[in-house]
Design a protein around this ligand. Structure first.
Ligand code: BTN
Length: 243
C-alpha cells in the first residue's frame, strides 16, 4: 500500500480511476476543487481542515450482489475511528455517518465489476469533517470532530487511525461477512424509531426502519397500513428534522 498526498486536485475519486493505483493505495487531497458527493451533489470541505481521500480496494472475494457489505464495512470503520475519540456515531442508511442528528462524514463508493459477477476494483471516497467549525448555510446539518470534542486534531493522525480501522474491517469482510451485517444493523440511525420519509415524487409518509437487507434495501414499515416495503437508494429519503 502507498499513500499519495496532493495539495490540490479535482476529486480524489476521479483520480483513483487511474489503474496505476492498486489495492490499499490511498489518494489524499488537502483541497478538492470538484469534490463529488452522493446523488450528484458536490462535496464541500475547507482546504486543509478535514480529511478528503479515496482508497482503492480489490474485493474480488465478493459477488457483485454482495457489494453493500463492503459499504457497511467502510461505514463501520468510521464508527470505530470516531469511538476512539469518544464519539458515538451512527450510520444513516446507506452510509452517511452521523453523531447525534448531524452529519460528520460522507462516503462515495464506486465499483468496477470483474469476471463472473464478482467485484473487481472499488474506489472508496471519504469526506470526514475534522477541524472545520463553520459551513455555508446551504450545507444541511454538518458537524466535525473539533466541534463535538472541542479539540483540533492533525488530519494525518486521523488518517492513520482511520486507515487501520479500514484494514481491520476489510479483514472482517473477508473472514466473517455475516458479522459485518450484524454490526451495521447495531449502529443504524433511526432503526425502530418512527420517522418521516420522502419519496421521489415529493410525497411524505411516516414509517419505521425495521431492517436493511444484506443486498442494501431499506425495509420500512409504513405507519399507514402496517406493511413493510423494501426501498433502494434514491427511492426514499429520510426527512431531516422530521422526527
Ligand atoms: C456524500 O455525499 O455524502 C458523499 C461525499 C463523499 C466525499 C468524498 S471526499 C473524498 C472523495 N472524493 C470525492 O470527490 N468525493 C469523496
Amino acid at each position: 500500500m502507498a499513500v499519495f498526498v496532493f495539495k490540490q486536485m479535482g476529486s480524489t475519486n476521479a483520480e483513483c480511476k487511474n489503474p496505476c493505483y492498486a489495492h490499499g493505495d490511498a489518494v489524499v487531497a488537502v483541497e478538492q476543487t470538484a469534490g463529488r458527493g452522493q446523488r450528484g451533489n458536490i462535496w464541500s470541505s475547507k482546504a486543509g481542515e478535514n480529511l478528503t481521500f479515496s482508497l482503492v480496494w480489490e474485493a474480488d472475494f465478493l459477488a457483485a450482489r454482495e457489494q453493500f457489505l463492503l459499504s457497511e464495512a467502510v461505514a463501520l470503520a468510521l464508527v470505530d475511528t470516531l469511538a476512539g475519540y469518544g464519539l458515538e456515531a451512527h450510520i444513516k442508511w446507506p452510509n452517511d455517518i452521523y453523531v447525534g442528528h448531524k452529519k460528520i462524514c460522507g462516503i462515495l463508493i464506486e465499483h468496477d465489476l470483474g469476471m463472473a459477477g464478482r467485484l473487481a476494483r472499488t474506489i472508496v471516497g471519504i469526506g470526514l469533517n475534522v477541524n472545520q467549525t463553520e459551513w455555508d448555510e446551504s450545507i444541511p446539518n454538518p458537524t466535525s470532530i473539533a466541534l463535538l470534542t472541542g479539540e483540533r486534531r492533525g488530519t494525518n493522525d486521523v488518517f492513520g487511525d482511520l486507515y487501520e480501522a479500514l484494514e481491520r474491517r476489510f479483514e472482517q469482510l473477508k473472514s466473517a461477512p455475516q458479522s459485518v451485517q450484524t454490526d451495521y444493523l447495531a449502529r443504524l440511525y433511526r432503526l425502530n424509531k418512527p420517522s418521516t420519509y420522502a419519496l421521489p415524487d415529493g410525497k411524505k409518509f411516516r414509517g419505521t426502519i425495521r431492517d436493511v437487507r444484506p443486498t442494501g434495501e431499506l425495509m420500512v414499515e409504513h405507519e399507514d397500513g402496517g406493511f413493510v416495503k423494501p426501498y433502494l437508494f434514491k427511492e426514499i429519503e429520510l426527512v431531516l428534522n422530521g422526527r
